[in-house]
Write a protein that binds this ligand. Structure first.
Ligand SMILES: [Zn+2]
Length: 377
């Protein structure tokens, strides 16, 4: 017997139905709430009749009823996808359905026989919006919902930094890795859904990241989701809580003191930047986890004047580019940390999707009475 391809799941089946294997047929009946009176010989035919009746297209040919039923179910699954704006796809299917009418085209008059080759041909003319493709996409969103909920559940239970990192790492690496699928970039319907799922995932990481103390990471990731898509923005950090973390960061204070000690002796004012000293001296790789995950290759610039008491008035600028595709981001020690490399991989994909948009980060710190003298190597 001829093997047929189920229009819903794309698997082969061999019994008499024209559209679906038995399991999928039952699933479709359940989904559309179609029951059967006793003594129905061909349930699938009856199923298509019910849908034609629902659509007010009672008199159409059998071939058209089978076609209509597939499209009707396609629209049903499109409506169940919660991610992305699929209104164009829905309009397309609705339009297709309304074009199914009593009037016969010349081509249809020739298509005397209803068989699968005819039905398959119909599908091929709209490669991106077949019942099977929409169904598969719906199943993906179902899987996403389940896993994002369990991520949310796990994150709700914890409060410590280390656990937050472990959990996010686990999900990005395994359970939710599938949303970072570059093969969907060129398929408009999938692209929109995957884009929306990535946004939901990042928003969740941001909101729990904040409560786990990853303030800068959360802030910069949040900004990347809304940054200008077409041209790189300059973003100045203004969050006072995060700025004070920089003022109290010992590593930063030490590097400023080290540079000042080296370059400021016997001087009344100072300017240290890429133009007048070796750039490598200005690079800072933070140890603090939050800064480490959010600043990939930060450099500092210093300028200031010496007060009469020997202390300094300094303006320190920390700058970085929030960009996962920047070659500078491939910094080895960053990649060596597991979450760093996982974030990096997912970030690169999200950036390809346009979910994460690159921009320039500037952090300006003003010190009134900065003491260089107590620095020791
Ligand atoms: Zn099936």
């Amino acid at each position: 017997m001829l093997k047929k391809i189920c229009k819903l799941c794309n698997r082969t089946y061999s019994h008499s139905y024209k559209l679906f294997g038995r399991g999928c047929f039952n699933r479709a009946c359940e989904r559309l709430m179609i029951d059967f009176p006793d003594n129905i010989d061909d349930k699938e035919q009856y199923f298509c009749d019910v849908i034609a009746r629902r659509m007010g297209k009672i008199g159409i040919s059998r071939t058209k009823k089978y076609d209509l039923a597939q499209k009707y179910l396609t629209l049903e699954y499109l409506n169940m996808i919660d991610y992305g704006d699929l209104s164009k796809e829905k309009d397309f299917i609705k339009n297709e359905m309304s074009n199914i009418s009593l009037i016969k085209t010349a081509k249809e008059t020739l298509d005397v026989l209803l068989d699968n080759s005819k039905l398959n041909k119909d599908n091929e003319s709209f490669p991106n919006i077949t019942l099977n493709k929409v169904y598969r996409l719906y199943k993906i969103t179902e899987k996403f919902n389940k896993r994002i909920n369990s991520l949310k559940y796990e994150l709700k239970k914890i409060g410590y930094n280390e656990e937050f990192i472990d959990i996010v790492e686990k999900y990005l690496l395994n359970d939710l890795k599938f949303v970072f699928d570059t093969s969907k970039l060129k398929i408009p319907m999938c692209y929109k859904v995957y884009y929306a799922m990535q946004v939901v995932l990042w928003e969740l990481v941001i909101s729990f990241g904040k409560s786990a103390g990853f303030l800068l990471s959360a802030e910069l990731l949040q900004k990347s989701l809304i940054a200008n898509k077409d041209k790189e923005e300059d973003y100045y950090l203004t969050n006072q809580k995060i700025l004070s973390e920089f003022y109290f960061n010992e590593q930063l204070t030490a590097i400023i003191k080290k540079l000042m000690k080296k370059y400021s002796s016997n001087k009344k004012n100072i300017a240290l930047n890429e133009k007048n000293i070796d750039e490598n001296e200005l690079i800072i790789v933070f140890n603090k986890a939050d800064f480490y995950y959010s600043l990939h290759k930060a450099t500092i610039n210093i300028e200031g004047n010496k007060n009469n008491d020997g202390r300094w008035q300094l303006k320190v600028l920390i700058k970085d580019k929030y960009d996962f595709t920047d070659p500078n981001t491939t910094k080895e020690d960053y990649k060596d940390s597991l979450l760093g490399s996982v974030l990096n991989n997912c970030g690169v994909v999200s950036q390809q999707y346009g979910v994460i948009r690159p921009y320039n980060v500037y952090i300006v710190l003003n010190y009134e009475n900065f003491e260089v003298s107590d620095y020791e190597e």
